[in-house]
Design a protein around this ligand. Structure first.
Ligand code: SAH
Ligand code: SF4
Length: 361
């Protein structure tokens, strides 16, 4: 028997169609959305201004959340990782990253949620934990939206910044991604401003163009990690399909349609992409697209041979970019100690159990 779908995957027209099918007036769709997103009803029974027959119909056909919470882990720096079980027994993770007061002001209430878009990842970047066990499946829109609602319910925090930097390649799941973003952004939905939603991609050029054509001012981050084809290809197989020139053409197309600057994510891996020469090439490439650069010291992944350059090495790389006039930052990763930092999210439950256990001791 296939599982009941979740209401969280329906946009407004979708819900209106359901109401019509149930013989209900259209405005009921607005009431249901209000219960889901403004009032955060925990169950259908709580939707008190709906006729009880409609509540029963909804309950028969749908579930509210497609996720079951399966624990969470704190890190020393207040980052928190949440694990969710899906209807088919698979798992995904989301990471809540509270504001750094130094950066956003003492009373800041910036809460960033890093969500997953797939179970596993097919792109096999050589440095990344998410790709280690291959790809299982796409998340549907409800499973993406559901991560946010479940984390908010569990943490008591309101998420106001969303990054698609968890497990998976969001642009390889574009239909579900764009539906989820519509629901997350809409005033009838979660209501997160498009400028506070960032999609990160390993560089799927055709999908970057498709994203550019969507009528949403969301932000785009590109996992670059190499400033020449030779270096990038060594660590990111996707570069063979979409080499830098092809990728940059797509980003130019994106730039022509969006107001937001694109960000290049660039992990610093010792002996691979962190040389002076790569920094010089990166500066040229970033300038050519007016892109920002986010340098991320590599987070160690068990079983992988890579490591980060020492701090003077990281600073020297940053200096070259800054001297060439590139807007660049060097990020100190959060959540490193609970394997919740970028690229540390892994597919398998057994591994998770190990990580969670290790963390609690
Ligand atoms: N698949 C998309 C979205 C995942 S984002 C993408 O690759 O952009 C996850 C980010 O963490 C990416 O920028 C990825 O390159 C980076 N990352 C992967 N492994 C990492 C590691 N070990 N240390 C630091 N960053 C890593
Ligand atoms: Fe997949 Fe992104 Fe990890 Fe590459 S960096 S394996 S695309 S999640």
């Amino acid at each position: 028997m296939s599982p009941k779908p979740s209401l969280l995957g329906l946009d407004r027209p979708g819900l209106e169609a359901v109401m019509e099918e149930f013989g209900q007036p259209r405005y009921r769709a607005g009431q249901v959305l209000d219960w889901l997103y403004a009032k955060r009803a925990p169950e259908f029974r709580a939707m008190s201004n709906l006729p009880s027959a409609l509540r029963s119909q909804l309950e028969e056909r749908f579930v509210l959340s497609p996720l079951r919470s399966d624990g969470d882990v704190h890190s020393g720096d207040t980052t928190r990782k949440y694990l969710f079980r899906l209807h088919d027994g698979r798992y995904v993770e989301s990471v809540l990253i509270p504001a750094s007061p130094a950066r956003y002001g003492e009373r800041s209430s910036r809460h960033t949620l890093c969500v997953s878009s797939q179970v596993g990842c097919a792109y096999g970047c050589k440095f990344c934990a998410s790709g280690l066990d291959g790809f299982s499946r796409n998340l549907d829109a409800a499973e993406i939206v559901g991560q946010l609602l479940a984390v908010e319910a569990a943490s008591g925090k309101r998420v106001n910044n969303l990054v698609f930097m968890g497990m998976g390649e969001p642009l390889a799941n574009l239909a579900n991604l764009s539906r989820a973003i519509t629901i997350l952004n809409a005033s009838w939905g979660v209501g997160i401003g498009a400028r506070n939603i960032t999609v990160s991609t390993s560089g799927l050029a055709p999908q970057i163009r498709a994203l550019a054509d969507l009528p949403l001012q969301i932000r785009l981050a590109i996992s670059l990690h190499g400033a020449s084809d030779e270096v990038r290809e060594r660590i990111m197989p996707v570069n063979r399909k979409y080499p830098l020139d092809v990728l940059f053409d797509a980003v130019r197309y994106y730039n022509a349609r969006k107001k937001q600057k694109v960000t290049f994510e660039y992990i610093l891996i010792d002996g691979v992409n962190a040389s002076t020469e790569q920094a010089e090439q990166l500066a040229k490439r970033a300038s050519s697209l007016n892109a920002k650069v986010n340098l991320i010291p590599y987070n160690t992944v068990e079983g992988l041979p890579w490591s980060r350059p020492d701090e003077p090495g990281q600073e020297a790389f940053l200096d070259i970019l800054v001297r060439r006039g590139v807007q660049a930052t060097l990020r100190r990763e959060k959540g490193h100690d609970i394997a919740a930092a970028c690229g540390q999210l892994r597919l398998r439950k057994e591994r998770e159990a190990g990580a969670l256990g290790a963390c609690r001791t």
